[in-house]
Design a protein. Structure first.
Length: 453
């Protein structure tokens, strides 16, 4: 059985199927996180789950990208989803047996993280072969919109599900969602870029080196990657600081209202991007939101009004889908599909590697430098207190503004670089290499074989 769909309709069908699994996983992660925290009884043990879910994708990402470029995309997507479902099934089995412990989750989560990384990279690298370049921006905007809806609805559904059902019921429902996602992949004719035999016969390290050299030959992409990694570092610090800044003057309810307003802005921006495709110049679609974000991060901490910050969050988050869609489209257009697995994996690894360092730096600087100096009797109170205020959370507010300024400086430096500024114009678009006929559902279910034993 195989669908007679192609192009954007095929992409939409596959995305809807995968969104069922994504929503189920988001609800499960929310519910399982609460269970693990209550079971552990302390933050340290609980955070090991987050570490186990983050590090595999960072360290193994480039190697995974090599195999994604070697294997049939359809088989890779199916097996990664089967892997995700298997991890969830192990957790569910232990839960039903009344033997599930936090260390069990820490032990199996890395395998789920690897499967999730493979799924994300392989799906992103499949879009350009499935959708014409004229609709890439629209496809990436729709992808971002679905993620936005899931991230907004997942915790709400998770909280409601815990109130009315058991964790066992939630896990079973998510397993059913994975079955739906796998079935949609099985019946979909997903193309795989054709690779030359001499390319496919290289070693893993040779393939990895080739992917890095390919990216290095595109200075606009490579320069932009390092620039946005620095911006992402600043944004990650701001992300950590946002909660203590708001709770320094507001309530948990007001924090929830601000985050909800941001989620609404994300949805509105996603809908507008799907409808209008965004700016014709992709670099405008990337740079404009970055400028808006940076200026907002500088100014928002000056306010101590939940209503003002809610409105600002809605407006700022409305720009995020534009940046995400434009950035993803730029990389898909300028990277040959034969290299997208490796290049996208390198991109993810470089950018995500900045996040743990940012989280550690944020905690240390806030607790030991900024917060003490912006107390009522702090060294900076007289000079900076009239602008940012003094007391709980105001040091974090100052730090948030500072890294907003740092982010703005990085954006300006990037735009002054011609290779980065004109990457969407000067770099030629890459056309897919004709793919072989799509495999049948039965063939696709077989494990992918490496081109070299």
């Amino acid at each position: 059985m195989s669908l007679k769909l192609s192009g954007f309709p095929l992409f939409t069908f596959i995305l809807l199927g995968q969104s069922a699994a994504l929503l189920g996983a988001t609800v499960t992660n929310f519910a399982l996180g609460i269970w693990a925290y209550e079971k552990a009884g302390n933050v340290a043990d609980y955070t090991w789950i987050a570490v186990a879910a983050t590090l595999p994708g960072i360290f193994l990402g480039p190697i995974l990208g090599v195999y994604i470029d070697r294997w049939p995309r359809k088989s890779t997507l199916i097996i990664s989803q089967i892997g995700n479902a298997t991890v969830l099934g192990i957790i569910a089995a232990l839960l039903f047996a009344k033997t599930l412990a936090v260390w069990n989750i820490v032990a199996v989560v890395p395998f789920g993280a690897i499967c999730a990384a493979v799924l994300q990279i392989s799906f992103s690298s499949t879009i350009s072969s499935m959708v014409g370049k004229d609709r890439l921006s629209q496809a990436n905007a729709l992808l971002g919109l679905v993620f936005g809806v899931v991230q907004l609805a997942g915790p709400l559904l998770g909280g409601a599900a815990l109130d009315h059902f058991t964790l066992e019921h939630i896990l079973l429902a998510t397993l059913i969602a994975y079955v739906i996602a796998i079935f949609t992949l099985l019946i979909s004719p997903i193309p795989t870029p054709q690779r030359h035999e001499e390319i496919a016969s290289k070693s893993v390290l040779g393939d990895l080196r080739e992917g890095y050299l390919y990216l290095s030959e595109k200075p606009g992409l490579m320069g932009g990657l390092w620039m946005f990694t620095l911006i992402w570092f600043s944004v990650s610090i701001i992300q950590v600081l946002f909660v203590p800044v708001v709770l320094g003057f507001g309530t948990r309810t007001e924090l929830g209202a601000i985050q909800t307003a941001g989620g609404v802005g994300l949805l509105v921006g996603g809908i507008l991007m799907v409808a209008f495709k965004g700016p014709k110049r992709l670099m405008v679609g990337i740079a404009l939101p970055c400028i808006v974000f940076s200026i907002a991060f500088i100014l928002i901490p000056l306010s101590r009004s939940a209503q003002v910050i809610s409105v600002a969050s809605l407006l700022v988050m409305a720009f995020l889908p534009m940046a995400n869609a434009a950035s993803q489209t730029l990389w898909q257009r300028k990277t040959s599909p034969q290299y997208q697995g490796r290049v996208f994996a390198l991109r993810n690894t470089i950018m995500k590697a900045a996040q743990p360092l940012a989280f550690i730096s944020a905690g240390f600087l806030a607790d030991h430098v900024f917060e003490p100096n912006l107390q009522a009797d702090g060294a900076w109170a007289a000079l900076l207190g009239p602008f940012w205020g003094v007391g709980q959370g105001r040091g974090a507010a100052l730090m948030m503004s500072l890294f907003g300024l740092v982010s703005l400086v990085f954006v300006v430096i990037g735009l002054l670089n011609r290779n980065i500024r004109r990457a969407d114009i000067d770099l030629p678009d890459c056309e897919p290499v004709p793919a072989p006929p799509p495999t049948t559902a039965a063939d696709s279910a077989e494990p992918p074989q490496s081109a070299r034993p």
